[in-house]
Ligand binder design. Structure first.
Ligand code: ADP
Length: 353
C-alpha cells in the first residue's frame, strides 16, 4: 500500500509540472482528476478537489464545443481535434470573449474512464515563432559586423599606406561589436535557460558598482559626464547573485553613458525599510525615451536608433538580458522617462542580509 501511495504521489507531481493539460474522466464525464495546466487552459480558478463529489466537466467548463467533442466520442475510441473555444477570463475583466485554440486528445483509460489531454496550440506556435524570429535576428546582427570586417580586410592590400590605420580602426570596432554580441547572446541564453539558478553569495553592492564603473569611466570622461554614486551602507553585505548583479549594473550604467551626451549619471542603491528588497536606480540626463516606445524597450534587438546603438557598441540585447535576470531573481524592473528629461531605470530585487 505504501509503495502504491508513493507511486501515486510521484505520478501526481509529474502531472502537476506538465505543460499539457490532463483530465481523467469517469463514465459520466465526471472529473476524477485534473492537473493545474488543464484548469488554467479551461480558465478555472483551480482544479476541482479529488475527494468528495466529482463534478461533471461540462458544469466546470461550459463550452458547447467541448461537450460535443466529449459526448461525441465513444468511450473506447481515441480522437484528436483542435477546438476553438470562446472564453472570458477568470476575473471577468474582459468585455469580449477571447477565442482560444486548444488541441484535445481523448483516449480510453480502462474501467470506463477516459483521459483527455489538452495542448495550447497557439502558445506552442508562439514559442516556435519567437524562436525563429530570434535566430533570424541574431544571424542578421552577426552578418553585419562580419561582412564589414571581411570588406575592410579585403581592402587592406588595395589602399594606400596612409589609409590603412583608419581601416584597421574600423575593423577593430566591428570586431569589438562582434565580441559584444557574442557576450550578450551568451548572457541572454544563460538568463533564459531553464537550468540557470541564481547562486547567491555575500556581496558588497558599492564595491561591485565601483568595479563596473571603473571599466566604463573612460567613455563617460570622454563625453565629460559626471558620475554620482549614492549607495547606502545597508547594501554593504547582501546575499545576491554576482553574475546577475554585475550584468544588470553593466547594462544599465553602460546605456546611461551611451545615450547621454551631457550632464550626469547617478547610481543609487538602498534597502527597503523592511530590509527585504534592494532598490537600485540608474538615472541619466540623456534624451529620455518616447512613451510610445517605452513598452518595447525591453524586447530583444529593439533599439530606438539602430545606428546610434551600433556606434556605441550596443547589441539591442542589454535590456532584455536585464529583464530576464531580474525576473529570474523574483524582482522587477521599471523605467521612468520623459523625452528631454532623462531616464531612470529602477530595479527591485528580493535579497537577504
Ligand atoms: P542597446 O545595446 O542598443 O543599448 P538595450 O537593450 O540595452 O540595447 O537598449 C535598447 C534601446 O533602448 C537602445 O537601443 C536605446 O534606444 C534605448 N535606451 C536604453 N537605455 C537608454 C537610456 N538610458 N536613455 C535613452 N535610451 C535608452
Amino acid at each position: 500500500m505504501r509503495e502504491l501511495a508513493e507511486k501515486r504521489e510521484a505520478m501526481r507531481r509529474c502531472l502537476e509540472f506538465l505543460q499539457e493539460g490532463v483530465v481523467l474522466l469517469g463514465p459520466r464525464s465526471e472529473v476524477l482528476y485534473m492537473n493545474p495546466a488543464a484548469a488554467g487552459m479551461l480558465r478555472l480558478q483551480s482544479p476541482p478537489p479529488e475527494s468528495g463529489q466529482h463534478p461533471v466537466l461540462h458544469s466546470l467548463a461550459p463550452y458547447p464545443e467541448l461537450e460535443e467533442f466529449i459526448e461525441g466520442t465513444t468511450p473506447s475510441a481515441s480522437r484528436r481535434e483542435i477546438l476553438s473555444l470562446h472564453m472570458s477570463d477568470a476575473e471577468g475583466e474582459q468585455d469580449q470573449p477571447e477565442q482560444v485554440s486548444l488541441e484535445m486528445t481523448m483516449a480510453a483509460a480502462g474501467m470506463a474512464r477516459r483521459l483527455l489531454v489538452i495542448r495550447d496550440v497557439e502558445a506552442a506556435e508562439d514559442v516556435d515563432r519567437k524562436r525563429q524570429d530570434f535566430v533570424a535576428n541574431a544571424s542578421h546582427e552577426l552578418k553585419t559586423p562580419i561582412a564589414a570586417l571581411i570588406g575592410l580586410l579585403d581592402l587592406f592590400d588595395l589602399v594606400a599606406e596612409d589609409k590603412r590605420e583608419d581601416l584597421l580602426q574600423r575593423a577593430q570596432r566591428n570586431a569589438r561589436g562582434l565580441a559584444n554580441l557574442a557576450d550578450d547572446l551568451l548572457a541572454l541564453a544563460r538568463a533564459e535557460a531553464g537550468e540557470w539558478q541564481p547562486n547567491p553569495q555575500s556581496l558588497n553592492v558599492g564595491d561591485q558598482a565601483e568595479r563596473v564603473m571603473e571599466a566604463l569611466r573612460p567613455s563617460a570622461e570622454a563625453k565629460g559626464l559626471e558620475m554620482r554614486v549614492a549607495i547606502a551602507p545597508s547594501t554593504d553585505d547582501l546575499w545576491l547573485d554576482d553574475f546577475a548583479m554585475r550584468t544588470i549594473l553593466q547594462n544599465l550604467i553602460g546605456n546611461a553613458i551611451a545615450y547621454t551626451e551631457q550632464g550626469k549619471i547617478t547610481i543609487r542603491a538602498e534597502l527597503t525599510p523592511d530590509q527585504t528588497r534592494l532598490l537600485l536606480e540608474v538615472s541619466d540626463t540623456g534624451p529620455g525615451i518616447d512613451p510610445e516606445i517605452q513598452p518595447r524597450i525591453f524586447e530583444r534587438f529593439f533599439r530606438a536608433d539602430v545606428a546610434h546603438s551600433r556606434a556605441s557598441g550596443g547589441t539591442g540585447l542589454g535590456l532584455s538580458i536585464v529583464r530576464h535576470l531580474v525576473k529570474r531573481l523574483g524582482g522587477r524592473v521599471s523605467l521612468h522617462s520623459e523625452p528631454g528629461q532623462g531616464s531612470t531605470f529602477r530595479v527591485e530585487l528580493p535579497c537577504r542580509l
